[in-house]
Design a protein around this ligand. Sequence first.
Ligand SMILES: [Zn+2]
Length: 438
Amino acid sequence: MLIKRIGLFCALYFMVTHSWSAALLKDVRMAKHNNQVRLVLDLDSNVNTHVFSLQNPHRLVIDLENTILSKSIKKDNLQNNFIRDIRFGGGVKEALRVVLDVARITKFTHFMIPGNQTQNTRMVVDISFPENSSKLSQNQVSSDLLRDIRIVIDPGHGGKDPGAIGPNGTWESVVALAVSQRLAEQINKTQDMRAFLTRSGDSFVPLRDRMEIARERKADLFVSIHADALDNNPRVRGASIYTLSDKGAVDEASKRLAKRENEDISIGDVSLSGKDDSFASLMMDLSQGATNEASLEIGEFVLTELSRVSSIRKKKVQQSGLLVLKSPDVPSILIETTYISNPNEEKKLKDRNFQNKLANAILKGVRNYFLVNPPEETKFAKNLQNQSRTISYIVRRGDTLSEIADLYSISLSVLRRFNQINGSNIKIGQTLQIPLYY
Ligand SMILES: [Zn+2]
């Protein structure tokens, strides 16, 4: 009875503590015996794990749910003739991903040893390699094989669909293309991202085709750029960001917007009327869940950056039933840069400086998202792990975490993650690492 109670208490205690704080991966150790490698991951608490292997090149992936990486982990003794490299990256939902670049694996097993007062919780991973496994070629995973992060930029409207028209006759399709081109230029200036446009001129592209381009490019992100008009209110200005909601349009504004944007398809793409369309939408909605969360997160990062250079109309990411965002496997956001129905904003939208400012803010927001969620096998992820492009910041009296984050144009969550801070408590004299990606 007593044991049962203790067990129950422990279970409850575990659930409570676990939901509030992430586990810490404190150390990784490795031992090799003949063609066997044993990997031991020292953790400060039990975690859910998922282990799987990948090929071309051979990798073993260990996902640790709700876990963060200790800064003190050294990779020095973690290589041998079977294991070329070990990398750490963020996965979805606060998972820590440990990736081993390995020779061909014949078998792997793993188990967890609970911790006690003197021992850490340990995850043990045993990996067997073929008896006659030859040494790894040093170039097996060269950085040449790592890919760029791929962003598909979608300038709204175009061709026979000019979008909204400003009071002085400016077409939304024209300024959307201009901002998109500025964004593509900036993205292509980075050495780890690559941009693709759904249209590069004044052409009409049906919404479904725009989504299809993102899928074909295996994009990490789809960004649709707009500058719509708001009926009967020329004073409205400021940016807002939409992601797809599960249940379609949520608030009245997004409903109207959804209606207007979705009318694009009835103009150009007759084949989408009728049952085929609703069937396709249904199928896509079914597989939308995971991507929606990523979209929402990216949206928040971008909105934060836009608020530094422009006014914001909606402080929260709006969820909408926009068809252009219904790509099942590509996180997608729609940015209303501002409203072309406002004469001042119309003028600004034509200004190259303003276009560049908007583009830069979008880029920063996107990069901040990828800092937390680096896509696998990308140069970006590799750089993040290999180079410490950071500066030290010593906390002074009166500093707050959010002010420091603002100072360096990074998001609070990035700052927290880099420094493994869960709440917002910092101490005077404490040294924070600030990632400098710009
Ligand atoms: Zn539009």
